[in-house]
Design a protein around this ligand. Sequence first.
Ligand SMILES: Cc1cc2nc3c(=O)[nH]c(=O)nc-3n(C[C@H](O)[C@H](O)[C@H](O)COP(=O)(O)OP(=O)(O)OC[C@H]3O[C@@H](n4cnc5c(N)ncnc54)[C@H](O)[C@@H]3O)c2cc1C
Length: 302
Amino acid sequence: MISDAVIQTIAGFVPQENIRLKEPMNRHTTFRIGGEADCFVEIENMEQLQRIQRYLRIVGLPFLVMGNGSNLLVSDRGYAGIVLRVGPRMQQIRFQEDRMIIQAGALMSQVAKAAYEQGLTGFEFASGIPGTIGGGVVMNAGAYGGEMSQVVAGVKVIDQEGDVLELDNETMEFGYRTSAIKSHPFTVVEVTLQLAPGNREAIRSRMNELASKRREKQPLEYPSAGSTFKRPEGYFAGELIMKAGLRGFQIGGARVSDKHCGFIVNTGNASYEDVRDLIAHVQEKVKELFSVDLEPEVIFVE
Ligand SMILES: Cc1cc2nc3c(=O)[nH]c(=O)nc-3n(C[C@H](O)[C@H](O)[C@H](O)COP(=O)(O)OP(=O)(O)OC[C@H]3O[C@@H](n4cnc5c(N)ncnc54)[C@H](O)[C@@H]3O)c2cc1C
């Protein structure tokens, strides 16, 4: 439980209406799963983050930075700490020639639309990924041959002490669905993308093409967190899961999608445990049959 004194202190850093107590996390995750966070704070700018994080570290309270919650599986017991959402109130986008300077809470779909409107190419691949640019950088999100590492010129973060650091592409240590930020307690506040002048018609038609591929291949009609597993080297997770006979396999309300076996979906009332147990079952079967370890891409929050 978070004490009144802590809440009052946080209210000194952000407007009271940005603070919610006992906030159900299923409202903030694309899986539509997750119990209550003790405290949920909508962040508006870097200064607020700096002040709150400095304070929370001094008093030793746990916190979780989140974006759009599109890669999170949150426990039904919720989160015992403070969730700092870098989302709808941090979405400004600026242009500097072929560069875009973007606050971390902007959605990748918004960024792709703004790039298109400006006639800049290079970000079409991310137009259908339902996360923030901050979350996208952390995860090195990618699709259809593109990934964040190809377009990120720089990332502004705050570190444990609340100090601002500017990281270049190399320092970000991008890898497959990972970056330096996954192993460092940094919070992304701003991302600079280097794009290139392009033909607006071509940009739009590429985005439309990718959107229809997604609609055709992915079970977008159900809540999920996208691909549940990382792609194992030399294989496709979905194909292995299908060959293991797990298409449509269900535990409680969690189901291996019939449309795309790489997705575990919430059919309506899945619990955290349902999804967790289904992930474990899939891992076990695939290991037994093909000697391949499937590593979750989804991030567990307990
Ligand atoms: C239908 C669907 C399709 C998807 N398709 C793709 C796809 O094609 N390619 C792909 O790569 N992913 C895909 N995803 C997964 C997801 O959208 C990406 O991983 C995305 O980058 C997550 O961004 P987010 O803002 O939702 O982050 P969250 O889910 O909120 O957080 C993810 C991680 O990033 C951290 N984080 C978030 N914001 C910040 C910040 N500002 N500073 C520091 N840490 C932060 C969180 O602590 C957490 O560890 C898909 C998901 C869904 C539901």
